[in-house]
Design a protein around this ligand. Structure first.
Ligand SMILES: N[C@@H](CCC(=O)N[C@@H](CS)C(=O)NCC(=O)O)C(=O)O
Length: 206
């Protein structure tokens, strides 16, 4: 069975949990506290991920795959969650690279600072700049979703999973999603896809 090196607060790890659930792929998890260096131990760095971060999938043959979007790509190939058309495949990659460079570093980091660090953390000073850049990314998504149901083609794909993870909890980073009606409709649409699982099962209201 696959082992997901995981943290329940991590949107990057949730991407993997969501795809594996929707694929019906069984796995078990090992949890890490990402606020106290549990992914930075010599054992973790030497054996699991030299970059000191989760998510990482451990394969039954003993190999390890890190980076959430690489993991999504690995599992989605040949499934309904990855297009067959070459152009659409490249578009999926385009949105996943966008997520990692223009969205996650701002939307996810604001959530991390506001929900996982102490209220007197000096990193709170970063919030206005994170909001400015995060809102720019949200506007790019809003523009696409105003006249499309999904990010690529007309089908739900790992591009949607990659961007759903932190967008749907952006309010935890004090982003206001009310000016983004197309994003809010897209979030609702994704929660209705077959096999959907919430990031926070305990808060989930259908
Ligand atoms: N680009 C990586 C980012 C992974 C990442 O930032 N993981 C965080 C949790 S969301 C982590 O493990 N932080 C612990 C640390 O940096 O020590 C991905 O998409 O998987």
């Amino acid at each position: 069975m696959y082992i997901l090196h995981d943290n329940t607060e991590s949107g990057n790890a949730y991407k993997v949990r969501l795809l594996l659930a929707q694929l019906g792929e069984p796995y078990r998890t090992i949890q890490y506290d990402v606020t106290n260096g549990e992914t930075r131990t010599p054992e973790f760095l030497n054996r699991i991920n030299s970059n000191g971060r989760i998510p990482v999938v451990e394969f039954p043959d003993g190999r390890f795959l890190a980076e959430s979007n690489a993991i999504l790509y690995y599992f989605a190939q040949g499934s309904d969650f990855f297009p067959t058309d070459r152009w659409d495949q490249a578009e999926v990659m385009r949105w996943m690279f966008f997520e990692q460079y223009s969205h996650e570093p701002f939307v996810a980091v604001a959530k991390f600072i506001l929900t996982m660090l102490p209220p007197d953390s000096p990193r709170r000073a970063d919030i206005p700049a994170l909001h400015e850049k995060g809102y720019a990314a949200l506007q790019i998504m809003e523009d696409r979703l105003q006249d499309h149901d999904y990010l690529v083609g007309d089908k739900y794909s790992i591009a949607d999973i990659a961007l759903f993870a932190y967008t749907h909890v952006a309010e935890m980073g004090e982003f206001d999603l009310s000016p983004y009606p197309a994003i809010r409709t897209w979030i609702k649409r994704i929660t209705q896809t077959p096999g959907f699982i919430p990031m926070y099962p305990e808060d989930w209201k259908k």
